[in-house]
Design a protein around this ligand. Structure first.
Ligand code: ADP
Ligand code: MG
Length: 249
């Protein structure tokens, strides 16, 4: 079953048709990669899925419900969490402080609590945040100023912050961009582990083919705002149109 259904989505910026007519289905519990050259419209598509942009045409359904017209936080509450192309952690805070933010936010209930309840609540939050940092192998950096972390660690922290919201669909925009090879490999391992251990669907935009072929079960190639082809990694590797348009052969 498709958890995400994108139908005939188009988006124009002034004279530029950034997305033409995008159709895309992401199967539940799969990892689906979206690849394509710079400027193909990949980030624009993701922005349309999370309510940062409103498409001019088409529909976006998540688990049978339309996301269009909903605010980003509402879409987030529906179960879609996104890691942006540029890191969005709070550099002034420590790793642990950053990690606690989504743990608080997840408890979106009322703050009308008695003092004792709120102490218990606080302990819960700390426990959950510590657990997430352990899972992401960041626990020994918990008191570090997050601005001084390596790029790979920042990404892992962001992924952890998304996962703390227990999303059903995790969207990643170029998670390994600018990472050293060792960090990239750690990120691949982490995402594999997340896929195995959680009931989660992953849609990933990625330019590093090593990452794509290590993780994805389906791949959509986007070129000039339109899907060129969608297939399994093996078929994509050998596809003449893809080799020509994307791999530059
Ligand atoms: P990708 O992520 O595949 O590199 P983008 O979705 O970022 O591509 O961009 C697709 C096209 O839309 C590019 O030509 C880009 O310059 C343009 N674009 C993206 N966002 C905006 C915007 N907010 N305003 C105007 N043009 C934009
Ligand atoms: Mg982009």
């Amino acid at each position: 079953m498709a958890i995400l259904e994108v139908k005939n989505v188009g988006k124009r910026f002034g004279g530029l048709q950034a997305l033409g007519d995008v159709n895309l289905n992401v199967e539940e519990n799969s990892c689906h990669a979206i690849i394509g050259p710079n400027g193909a419209g990949k980030s624009t598509l993701l922005n349309c899925l999370v309510g940062k942009l409103i498409p001019d045409t088409g529909s976006v359904m998540f688990d049978g419900q339309s996301v269009l017209g909903r605010k980003p936080y509402e879409i987030n509450q529906m179960g879609i969490s996104r890691v942006f192309q540029t890191p969005e952690i709070f550099g002034d805070l420590t790793v642990m402080e950053n990690m606690m933010i989504p743990c608080f936010a997840k408890r979106d209930g009322s703050f009308r609590m008695h003092a004792l309840e709120s102490i218990a609540h606080e302990k819960d939050i700390v426990g959950k945040a510590e657990h997430m940092l352990e899972e992401m192998k960041l626990i020994d950096k918990r008191d570090m100023h997050s601005a001084s972390m390596s790029r790979g660690d920042k990404r892992r922290l962001e992924i952890a912050m998304c996962l703390a919201q227990d999303p059903r669909l995790l969207l990643l925009d170029e998670p390994t961009a600018g990472m050293a090879r060792a960090d990239t490999n750690n990120t691949i391992d982490l995402l594999k582990q997340i896929k195995e251990e959680r009931d989660i669907t992953i849609a990933i935009i990625e330019h590093d083919m090593h990452v794509v072929f290590s993780l994805a079960e389906r791949i959509t190639v986007l070129a000039q705002g339109t899907p060129l082809v969608e297939d399994t990694p093996d078929n994509i590797k050998g596809h003449p149109k893809v080799r020509e348009a994307y791999l530059g052969e």
